[in-house]
Design a protein around this ligand. Structure first.
Ligand code: GAR
Length: 207
């Protein structure tokens, strides 16, 4: 059923190769998707994620922590820049920094992050390596609403991926990313078209 909501404005933040971003850019080509990527930001220069946005004609910006006198100033500048694009939703898609208080004050409840593990297991920046080292038989990816913790927010969706006996970190992460991209596209689309309600950490689609 086509959504009656106007297309939701997405600002996507990246730190690396941007394959998750690319999936969102591709999905948003279809007006029925219900969302458009209006800007892509990064915490570092010269990354493929920014190049993907540029090739798609999407405005980009970079705010590195080093450009600012403190982490708090960086966070405020990042939030100001994101706000200038008037997003309905902010998607952290491989963004390897924690956003701070200022950012969350501005975008609480409308910032989601994708993490390459099944939360609450293996939070942080090494989800696939930590899962492999622990010896789990399944892992996956989690889309969650960002809160003040490290990968602790209310869970929107999860995708499960098997761990194979001969996996190394790279093969496992690549398998996770295949499932992660599908999960991200499907659920960011639903978020845009339907909205969400959060009650006692439980996320349901629908306003
Ligand atoms: C993704 O697997 C994402 O979940 C992960 O980085 C990868 C980025 O891939 N993010 C984190 O680990 C954040 N804690 P991409 O740049 O190809 O989209």
């Amino acid at each position: 059923m086509p959504s009656s909501r106007k297309p939701q404005r997405l600002v996507v933040l990246v730190s690396g190769s941007g394959t998750n971003l690319q999936s969102l850019i591709d999905a948003a080509q279809d007006p029925a998707y219900g969302a458009v990527v209006v800007a892509v930001g990064a915490d570092r220069d010269d990354i493929e994620g920014l190049a993907r946005a540029e090739r798609a004609g999407i405005p980009t910006f970079v705010r590195t922590v080093k450009q600012f006198t403190s982490r708090e100033h960086w966070d405020r500048a990042l939030a100001d820049t994101v706000a200038a694009f008037e997003p309905d939703l902010v998607v952290l898609a491989g963004f390897m920094k924690l956003v701070g208080e200022d950012f969350l004050d501005r975008f609480a409840g409308r910032t989601v992050n994708t993490h390459p593990a099944l939360c609450p297991s293996f939070p942080g920046t090494n989800g696939p390596a930590d899962a492999l080292a622990y010896g789990v038989k399944v892992t996956g990816a989690t889309l969650f609403v960002v809160d003040g913790g490290v990968d602790t927010g209310p869970i929107v969706a999860q995708a499960v991926v098997p761990v194979e006996d001969d996996d190394d970190v790279e093969t496992l992460h690549e398998r996770i990313k295949v499932a992660e991209r599908d999960m991200l596209v499907e659920n960011v689309g639903r978020l845009a078209r339907e909205g969400i309600t959060i009650t006692d950490r439980k996320v349901r689609f629908g306003a």
